[in-house]
Write a protein that binds this ligand. Structure first.
Ligand code: ATP
Ligand code: MG
Length: 473
């Protein structure tokens, strides 16, 4: 491993110098940076760094020519922005003609997620979204919220810099995190290929500067901190550390689906997977009311609130299903009950889908997990509605779903005891494993299906989650 440890360790330092021999430019920079810069008062926003006079600067040959006529530090010049949230889109960057749409949605999601925090309007910049922050104090809250948004590959707290080596080093010095220890690595990305220095050169020079100034060791393979330098057309950014984003596509770019949301382990994971692929979800929960209490509804609300962190405007439909179940129990044999419940649930969800402008519905079903989810029973259930029924978990093992629920933060809520409506009038021997479409249709002959759908919908209410801020209105 190529690393140099400990500024006080002469052999390591020698090795680093051997690997990164400081150029004449770096030596000049180091000399420059041994002169203390004026210290900014905390919270002071308006900072003006004047680009050095090119005629008199001893570093003239160091500074690459700037690409614009007005100078190359617009962020500082315009708003004195010292702290920025920098988001880098992953798959959204691959979407060719759709890229604009994906980034617009991501921008909207970011604006909504941060609207009550001291953050400015997001703006788009070569495959990134940049949000000015009025300070670093709110960063812990911002990073928590941004980590839940889909369509982001990674993100960081960044600081603008003059597009020159000395400008970058000045910004690093100005924002150097107090007490930063351990190994580091400088990674440079050039969003502007016209910039005269190549990324490896910038990495070497800036890395050399940091090592000389703070004596931290470079670790190319496993650094404790990665310092990211980004060179964009009009500005450079420096970030200390890169955080992993939630990936996927921005929620809201793939249309809308109604998800049957039981309050169990599986359906919240299914809904989150759809959100991660850009789908806006409308949740529908069936409770056993009036024969059961509101426990399952309260649990569904808690779970919905977790999902609302990724989709700040989310609706949860609550449908009392007890009376429908009672009528099914009276008219059918026990082994078909659960399949009949599911068919009715699908029909009701389909009706809500029309209302919500959603072309289809989805469930948390997974192949063979329980008797109502054998292949033949799934076919018998889906026969109740036209159009597709999406099942994002169809090929997943229960343990995989549990692991994902833990990561998502829904597992601990899902396992709380509730009065799930399917436990109401539950058949003692379970469902038959392979019910045919003909059989299930025959079983429904004694039921007034339209009437049952209407009874359930008449009692439906909706909870609107609007995060952040009031949980619902
Ligand atoms: P889950 O953990 O999501 O409840 P499960 O393994 O318990 O799933 P089932 O109870 O057979 O499996 O449910 C299969 C799917 O049917 C659920 O994932 C959900 O989409 C839907 N579903 C079941 N019960 C309800 C309910 N009370 N309200 C809304 N949807 C439901
Ligand atoms: Mg269940």
């Amino acid at each position: 491993m190529r690393s140099a440890r400990g500024g006080g360790n002469p052999s390591a330092a020698t090795r680093l110098r051997h690997e990164f021999p400081p150029s004449a430019a770096t030596r000049l920079l180091i000399a420059l940076h041994s002169i203390p810069l004026p210290v900014e008062a905390p919270g002071h926003q308006k900072v003006t760094i004047m680009p050095m006079d090119t005629k008199t600067s001893p570093q003239e040959e160091l500074r690459p020519p700037v690409s614009d006529a007005t100078g190359d530090f617009p962020a500082m010049a315009e708003g004195g922005e010292e702290h920025l949230l920098i988001l880098r889109g992953g798959e959204s960057n691959l979407k060719g003609g759709n890229r604009r749409r994906f980034f617009s949605q991501l921008e909207r999601n970011v604006r909504r997620a941060l609207h009550d925090l001291p953050a400015g309007a997001p703006r788009r910049l070569t495959g990134r979204i940049v949000v000015p922050l009025s300070g670093a104090e709110c960063w812990p809250e911002i990073r928590q919220r941004v980590a839940k948004l889909y369509g982001i590959e990674n993100f960081s707290l960044g600081h603008p810099a003059h597009r020159s080596l000395e400008g970058i080093c000045q910004t690093i010095e100005r924002h150097w995190p107090h007490g930063m220890q351990g190994s580091f690595l400088v990674r440079c990305r050039r969003g502007d290929k016209k910039f005269p220095l190549k990324s490896p050169q910038i990495e070497r020079e800036v890395g050399g500067f940091i090592h000389q100034k703070w004596g931290l060791p470079v670790d190319l393979r496993n650094p404790e901190t990665t310092i990211r330098v980004e060179i964009l057309p009009n500005v450079a950014y420096v970030s200390f550390g890169i955080l992993q984003g939630a990936g996927g596509l921005p929620t809201g770019t793939s249309g809308r689906l109604v998800v049957l949301f039981s309050g169990g382990i599986d359906s919240p994971v299914a809904a989150a997977r759809l959100q991660r692929r850009g789908v806006t979800v409308e949740l529908v929960h069936f409770s056993g009311r009036p024969f059961q209490d509101r426990r399952s509804e309260r649990k569904a609300k808690k779970l919905a609130r977790v999902l609302a962190r990724s989709q700040m405007r989310l609706n949860l439909w609550l449908v009392p299903f007890g009376e429908v179940q009672r009528r099914i129990v009276v008219a059918s044999r026990p082994a078909l009950r659960v399949l009949l419940y599911r068919r009715l649930m699908l029909r009701i969800a389909r009706k809500l889908a029309w209302k919500c402008d959603a072309p289809a519905v989805a469930t948390g079903g997974s192949m063979g997990q329980v008797a109502s989810q054998t292949l033949q029973n799934l076919v018998a259930i889906d026969d109740a509605v036209q159009g597709p029924v999406f099942r994002p978990l169809i090929g997943m093992d229960k343990q995989e779903i549990i692991d994902e629920a833990r990561k998502l933060g829904t597992y601990d809520i899902s396992i709380l005891p509730d009065g799930d409506c399917c436990q109401l009038f539950a058949p003692k021997k379970g469902s038959e494993l392979a019910v045919t479409i003909a059989e299930i249709r025959r079983a429904e002959e004694g039921l007034d299906i339209e009437d049952l759908v209407m009874i359930a919908l008449a009692g439906a209410t909706v909870e609107r989650f609007r995060l952040p801020g009031a949980a619902s209105d």
